[in-house]
Design a protein around this ligand. Sequence first.
Ligand code: C2E
Ligand code: MG
Ligand code: MG
Length: 765
Amino acid sequence: MAGIFDSGGKTVNKGTIICIDDDRLILNSLRDQLHRIIESGYDIEVAESGGEALEVFAELAAEKTTIPLVICDQNLPDMGGDALLSYLQLQYPNTRKILLTGDANLEMVIRAINSANLYRYIAKPWDETDLGLTVKAALQSYLQDEQLLEQNRTLRTVNAKLQAEIAGRHQVQERLQASEHRLENILNSLDDVVWSATIENYQLVYLNPAAETVHGYSVSSFLSNPDLWLDVVHPMDRHQMLHFFDQLLAAGHLYIEYRILRPDGEIRWLKNRGNVIVDEQGTPIRFDGIIYDITEQKRAQAQLLHDAFHDELTGLPNRNLIMERIAQSLKRQHRVSEYQFALLFVDLDRFKIINDSLGHTVGDQLLVAIAHLLENCVRASDTVARLGGDEFTILLDGIQGIEDATQVADRILESLKSPFLVGEHSVFTGSSIGIAYNNEHYTDATFLLRDADIAMYRAKALGKGCFVVFSPEMHAQTLSLLKLERDLRSAVEQQELMLYYQPIISLRTGQLTDVEVLVRWQHPERGLVMPSEFIPLAEDTGLIIDIGRWVLQEACLQLKALHQKFPTASDLRFSVNLASEQLQEPNFIADIDRILALAGLDGRYLKLELTESMLMAHEEKHIQTLQQLRDRNIKISLDDFGTGYSSLSYLYRFPLDTLKIDQSFISRMMAETKDAEIVSTIISLARTLNMDVIAEGIETEAEASHLITLGCEHGQGYLFSPPMRQNKLEESLKEEKNWLDRSNPASISVVSLNHQSPQPIIDNR
Ligand code: C2E
Ligand code: MG
Ligand code: MG
């Protein structure tokens, strides 16, 4: 319906009044009267029949024109006025309807009032004043109704809006509740503690249930007892915890790590991360925070730290830690003049052999047992560390003098004399100990360790099982040893190595049977260097592989040349010394094959000299290797026999051809009956085992004749010839020399010139 008022209240179109009568005259008069009666703003339409009236209504409806009033005659040509009005009532319930009637039929009027909601009926002919009042009242009531309706409509939309708003609020509230619920679920299921506290007095106002799991106290006990949060903190950390809130307030956000003591006595590490919550103006209103249990993390860190400074196998401090402690002792020494300390470097003798022969598990168990033993030899304030392998160091802290250190060293050497029971094995191991004593010239912990190490090497060189206190000269010697090592590396390439030859003869006939090949080093500055000075060094540094290979190849080539040059010596055999490292080298047999092929030499002209200790480890593998050598007709000699291990059972197990009686027995046998007995026993043992026997180091006629009476077949020694250069060997081959012939005993004097016997610096054999 179009509006009755415009926005300014000025009357525009108040609607159209419709008058219906089949009498044109009445219609005109009615219209004229209405124009006079009603105020402006109303249009008036007329219709002469019910049908025409309906058309007018339809047109006005299409224009959305309001129809406040219809005045209709009862007697229309096509229908009754009451029926028309009743019909219109359905569509225009609010339109005021006045019925004009000539003959007032009460029944019809009542029907019309009911069905058409008739406003009034007016009898024809009407009184204009009466009509005026009725029409005005009808329009007035229509307007009131319309206003009411309008208000009603407005109310309804307001109401609908309100309803929508209420529904919206409900939704928001539900969503809020749901998210609060979710948040609560999350907070309840967290492992971490979430807390809130007041700004004013740092009182806890919220804690999630994790607080109980972490602290061992209920949430309610925290909330009811304002001091509990501080009471649970470990006494050592309480002080810093006291200032946490103050600092947090100043910083805005902050974290703190501290320990708590749970009621069950357990100590846990926590990390508390706090935030200051501020309002829109930036004024602090609350503290919020999260507490993480970092106990496991701390334990892992502590473990890592421990691992970084301790040896995994023995649990002893490792190199890092002992270096740290030595550095501390050095600092202390510079501060406190009377403070003294010493560093012991303990290296086990024969550990490698034990490890290789009994296996790593036994080796490990032995190391653990030795770690305990060492700890028992010192005070609690001293530090026993394992550097790795079989090397231990001991820092003796705050001693009275060097005697304290040597006493400890003695104690260790003494304790290590008894065997260790490892599993079913009873293991003997000695140790060599180097001692470095404090001295104000030391500036660095590594120097102390280096010097203790040098002294330990000296102890080994002195025959093991003893201790040596470091002195500065040792350092110089070590430096020269280092230089020697450097020089040795280039010795093979520079062709500085050379071979010497020593005859092995038949003690019965004086004929040459074998020649032992012995290496020498023609050093550009030092002159001739003996094998005892550089073979142990070569073994330590692995250079022995190259040196040994060179010796073998050179010996085979030379032997082949001698065979060709001296047909009478075509059966001559060379005996070449082997080092343990060579035997263990995977390519050893292949190298032998290659060398024999290169020289065009048959294996039967080669004998290899091994020592007992070389065979102790990796027994099965060595039996196999020796068998492979035997397959090539190569002979095996056991060198320095009698100095090694007492168990003779391996003599049966290994394919061996010759025993060489160690020269120490030969040199003592004339004076010591014990040694004479050993020599005699070895000779009969060899006979029993069907092996050859060679006496080494025969220097006197007396020794030679005694050996002959004992039935020793072969001999070697300065009495017959020292090791000699190749030209000398060739000379003797040329003259087919008999070595028992004493007509020209020049050899003895040559011996004393050629053979120097320097003290070995390192002797690991
Ligand atoms: P070895 O195999 O027991 O050699 C015998 C050593 O005794 C040689 O010392 C020899 O000169 C010395 N000798 C011989 N007769 C007498 C004597 O009547 N009296 C005394 N006092 N000594 C005598 P050398 O040549 O100094 O060799 C020492 C050791 O060095 C050898 O002992 C051997 O184990 C090792 N060696 C020598 N050449 C080689 C080599 O090419 N390879 C390996 N792996 N080791 C070698
Ligand atoms: Mg030898
Ligand atoms: Mg020997």
